[in-house]
Design a protein around this ligand. Structure first.
Ligand code: PLP
Length: 449
């Protein structure tokens, strides 16, 4: 039995590498980096076909909030499966999509009471961008069709989303296909000059936005931001005052504000929506990733009455004629409803505060490490930058860390030389201690080379 399982596993790897083109991967690296054949998951753990376990400290690319095979989400999905797996949402509706839209709208105090659905994050970003331009056009302002994004932004990898993504490595090959956008300073608190606070950096960055809007607002449709944490480019954190300023400037110059909360929403930064910490609502919020508890592909854009009304007309062409085959999929919506129910039943936003404090305490020795810079935390996100002087070592740091972490039963995948944690919200005391201790060990091993 043991023997045949092992054979099965090595067979999986070979078959996968032959037929599956893995995402965000130079496939040749799998000549040295292991591919992990996952057989099942439970709680914060993933298990491979050989029975080895890995603590999923990055929530499987930031999607899994309440653990793998969560009994409550499983039960909701099993129930939904016997009722309705899918029906088209044009001309039809169903309970899960209605209930989810109502619940999310209520979480914004009905400031953003209209939900438009898609299946992945990039598509939600595309929808917000298109809706913004189309709303201005319907309002008699067809020149407003340019976008503003931040330095080191990440909004997804379809062509429209990639246009507002400032990651040279991801853009390089496709530059000629992408719309020109305005890239402005990031409020990243690590950019503080001598004597500056995080709020000072934020205000300096906002001043750059104001300068652009003063010159160009007549042509600009929207500013898109990742509120509080620019995750994909290395967990760059900023002061909430930045969002307050962006909101005020967008109001003053007549420009939409799009909050891409795909990574930072769903309680990740300590409030359900990150924007709550700035006391503002944008014109559009994009949600995905954690919204379905990490179960099924689901994304959505929430917007205001004003935007909704800009499309409401007898004329078909003034409507928002965008669609995806699986728009509002009932199973995905049920997973999201079960996820929101856990937030309510377990008072997750509040109990995460204690959990976060405990994790920060456990990481204190690592935060003091002489090769750690800019140790930072917001809500359920922790990150630090490893000090690596040798460029060759820095180049391979992430892959070496990933491999070494796996050997210590951890799933951790640094971004460049930034090591981060984005764990599911269910770690117990023992798992927190294990994670912090082993992360320290892995870091030292990788530094030694
Ligand atoms: C992951 C992510 C996206 C893209 O979502 P996909 O589902 O991968 O297309 C967009 N914006 C942010 C902030 C993200 O973290």
């Amino acid at each position: 039995m043991e023997h045949s399982r092992q054979n099965g596993q090595s067979d999986w790897i070979a078959r996968s590498l032959k037929s599956v083109w893995h995402p965000c991967t130079q496939m040749q690296h799998h000549e040295s980096v292991p591919l992990v054949p996952v057989s099942h998951g439970r709680g914060a753990w993933l298990y491979d076909a050989d029975g080895r376990r890995y603590l999923d400290a990055i929530s499987s690319w930031w999607v899994n909030l309440f653990g793998h095979a969560n009994p409550r989400i499983n039960a909701a999905l099993k129930d939904q499966l016997d009722r309705l797996e899918h029906a088209m949402l044009a001309g039809f509706t169903h309970e899960p999509v209605i209930a989810l839209s109502e619940k999310l709208g209520a979480l914004t105090g009905h400031a953003l009471g209209h939900c438009f659905y898609a299946s992945d994050g990039a598509s939600a970003v595309e929808i917000a961008l298109k809706m913004s331009v189309h709303a201005w056009r319907n309002g008699g302002l067809p020149d407003k069709r340019e976008f503003v994004c931040l330095k080191n932004s990440y909004h997804g990898e379809t062509l429209g989303a990639l246009a507002v993504t400032d990651v040279p490595l991801f853009r390089e090959a496709y530059g000629s296909l992408l719309q020109q956008v305005h890239v402005i300073a990031s409020p990243d608190a690590r950019g503080a000059r001598e004597g500056e606070s995080a709020a000072d950096v934020a205000l300096r960055a906002a001043a750059e936005l104001e300068k652009l809007l003063a010159e160009r607002a007549g042509h600009i449709a929207a500013v898109i931001v990742e509120p509080l944490v620019q995750c994909a480019t290395g967990m760059a954190m900023h002061d909430p005052v930045y969002l307050k300023q962006v909101r005020a400037l967008c109001d003053r110059y007549g420009v939409h504000m799009i909050a891409d909360e795909i990574a930072v929403g769903n309680g990740r930064t300590g409030t359900f929506f990150a924007c709550e910490q700035a006391g503002i609502w944008p014109d559009f919020v994009c949600l995905s990733k954690g919204i379905s508890g990490g179960y099924l592909p689901l994304s959505l854009v929430m917007t205001t009455d004003a935007v909704y009304q800009a499309f409401y007309d007898r004329d078909v062409a003034r409507g928002f004629l965008h669609s995806h085959s699986f728009t509002g999929n009932p199973l995905a919506c049920r997973a999201a409803l079960a996820t929101l129910a856990i937030f309510e039943e377990d008072d997750v936003i509040n109990s995460n505060r204690d959990k976060a404090a405990r994790i920060t305490d456990a990481l204190a020795p690592l935060a003091q490490h002489e090769r750690v810079r800019h140790f930072r935390q917001r809500g359920m996100i922790w990150a630090f930058d490893a000090v690596i002087d040798d460029p060759q070592q820095a180049q391979t740091f992430s892959r070496r860390f990933f491999t070494t972490a796996l050997e210590h039963e951890l799933l951790l995948r640094p971004i460049g030389t930034t090591v981060y944690l984005m764990p599911p919200y269910i770690l117990d005391h023992e798992e927190i201690a294990l994670l912090a201790g082993r992360m320290h060990t892995v870091f030292e091993k990788v530094l030694k080379g």
